[in-house]
Design a protein around this ligand. Structure first.
Ligand code: ADP
Ligand code: MG
Length: 486
């Protein structure tokens, strides 16, 4: 038996409620899909089940017994194993060594290598993992890395197996082979909890689904009679009817349009329309030179075109430009001086400026050796954070990014992304211009493909959740060069 029940699980990160009193039953011996947009709380809920995180409130029951998990070891002992979204293999180690390592740590006893090798060999065969136990992890492709994680998990013979977005990184063939493994798990009586964004897969393999939206459980159902449209509307909270959408979230009400551009003629044969709403990140993806600069100049009022009308409810618009040093800062000025480029510098006392700067430096993790140095001496990532900190601090309604993280390191990029999400939650309308499809996919609520001064294609929130990222990358990549196969 392995029936599982979550009761009123809540989890906060600081002031942010990642899970709000989630109650959920997971029937034994089922393939259970946990769905929801990015940030809905899926991984958090599963990390609680795997003992990685502790809930602030609520309880878990396994076979009607209250399950107390103080560590991932406790979960493993209770027969629960999880494969995380990001693999945790050691590159220099072989498959065998990686598996041993995890289990040595979890069991805390000296292991008999030969016996273990035999066990792993058997598991490898039984589940058709096709792994070479002596391969180095760094030589494994993504699918083999995942299978190594699966092998590591199987060594503990779990009854409940959690897979967090396992298919996001796999090719169609690799997905098929993973699904075969999942079917074997099920035939052995195990319960599999699967997180995925690919709704076709859900219909194909799951017995039950549950949907989280902004930390709340909003939908639970058996798979029978469900279709992809129904799932997509549960996930996004938008009702999909006759291809036209009614948006339920009252904050993103059509009456709340912040800006509207109509019939803009960037090039002689283009005609572009754009509406900006609060609480929305719009990704505009395209190859440079397809009208990005012209559109940005039009929105920010730097350029007027003969054709095209503009109706803005707000004039509070910020631009984080592509050319940091020439358009974003005054390189010779210090950070505090750059902070107040938009205001009358002299009205601020130097103490106030200094405090404000120090706050922003901390908040945006800006690495600056000395407040007085000219900002031109900062690295690209730090300079970008200076500009973003300044613009966010102005509290404008519309934020436009042109290449938000070009030339910026991963850590700073991640910070910039999380700051962008925070601004969205405050009700800003955010426009991202980028040629980096991954970045656009990561950030956007909707995506517009800019080609020769027109939006060749738009993807709404519900359409996006219907595709996998890999599939979307391919489609968008082609659209960027004008090929529409949709
Ligand atoms: P999902 O897996 O559904 O995409 P997560 O469970 O990873 O979402 O995250 C839910 C929310 O909680 C997100 O807004 C995320 O930014 C936030 N979050 C997750 N982990 C942490 C953490 N350790 N600290 C702060 N916020 C977090
Ligand atoms: Mg997740």
């Amino acid at each position: 038996m392995n029936s599982l029940e979550f009761k009123n699980i809540s989890k906060n990160f600081g002031n942010f409620a990642a899970l709000k009193s989630v109650s959920l039953n997971i029937p034994e011996n089922s393939v259970f899909c946990l769905l929801g947009e990015n940030g809905a709380g899926k991984s958090t809920l599963m990390k609680i089940l795997s003992g990685f995180l502790k809930p602030d409130e609520g309880e878990i029951f396994l076979n009607q017994k209250n399950l107390i998990l103080n560590s991932t070891d406790d979960a493993i002992k209770s027969g629960i194993g999880m494969i995380y979204q990001h693999f945790m293999l050691i590159k220099d180690f072989t498959v065998f060594e990686n598996v041993i390592l995890g289990n040595e740590l979890s069991k805390g006893i000296k292991l008999d290598n030969e016996k273990m090798m035999n066990t792993l060999y058997d598991l490898n065969l039984k589940y058709k993992l096709n792994l070479n136990l002596n391969s180095k992890a760094e030589d494994l492709n993504i699918s083999e890395q995942q299978k190594t994680e699966i092998l590591k998990l199987l060594y503990n013979n779990p009854e409940i197996i959690i897979l967090d977005e396992p298919t996001a990184v796999l090719s169609p063939d690799e997905i098929n082979s993973l699904f075969e493994i999942i079917k074997v798990f099920k035939s052995e009586g195990k319960t599999i909890i699967l997180i995925t964004h690919k709704l076709k897969e859900v219909i194909r393999i799951c017995d039950f689904v549950a949907v989280l939206r902004k930390g709340e459980l909003v939908f639970e159902s058996g798979i029978k009679d469900l279709n992809i449209d129904k799932l997509a509307s549960e996930i996004t909270g938008e009702i999909i009817q006759d291809n036209s959408e009614i948006i339920i979230d009252e904050k993103i009400h059509s009456e709340n349009i912040l800006a509207e551009i109509k019939n803009l003629k960037i090039f002689s044969d283009s005609n572009l329309n754009l509406i900006l709403r609060p609480f929305e990140i719009t990704g505009i993806v395209g190859v440079e030179g397809n009208g990005q600069v012209e559109l940005i100049n039009f929105i920010t009022g730097m350029e007027n075109y003969e054709y095209g009308s503009k109706k803005f409810i707000t004039d509070k618009v910020s631009l984080i430009p592509d050319d940091r040093i020439n358009k974003g800062v005054i390189g010779e000025f210090s950070f505090p001086e750059n902070l107040f480029l938009h205001s009358d510098f002299n009205t601020y006392k130097s103490e106030y400026l200094k405090d404000k700067s120090e706050n922003l430096i901390q908040n945006f993790d800006i690495r600056i050796p000395d407040l007085d140095i000219p900002v031109k001496s900062l690295s690209g990532g730090n300079m970008q954070k200076v500009i973003i900190a300044r613009e966010f601090d102005r509290n404008n309604d519309i934020l436009i990014f042109h290449h938000p993280t070009r030339g910026v390191d991963i850590k700073s990029s991640e910070l910039i992304y999380s700051k962008i999400f925070e601004e969205k939650l405050k009700g800003k309308s955010i426009l991202i211009f980028s040629s980096d499809i991954d970045e656009i996919l990561k950030l956007s609520d909707r995506i517009l493909v800019l080609y020769k001064g027109n939006f060749l294609k738009s993807f709404t929130k519900s359409e996006l959740s219907r595709f996998g990222n890999e599939e979307l990358s391919k489609i968008i990549g082609k659209l960027m060069i004008g090929i529409d196969e949709t």
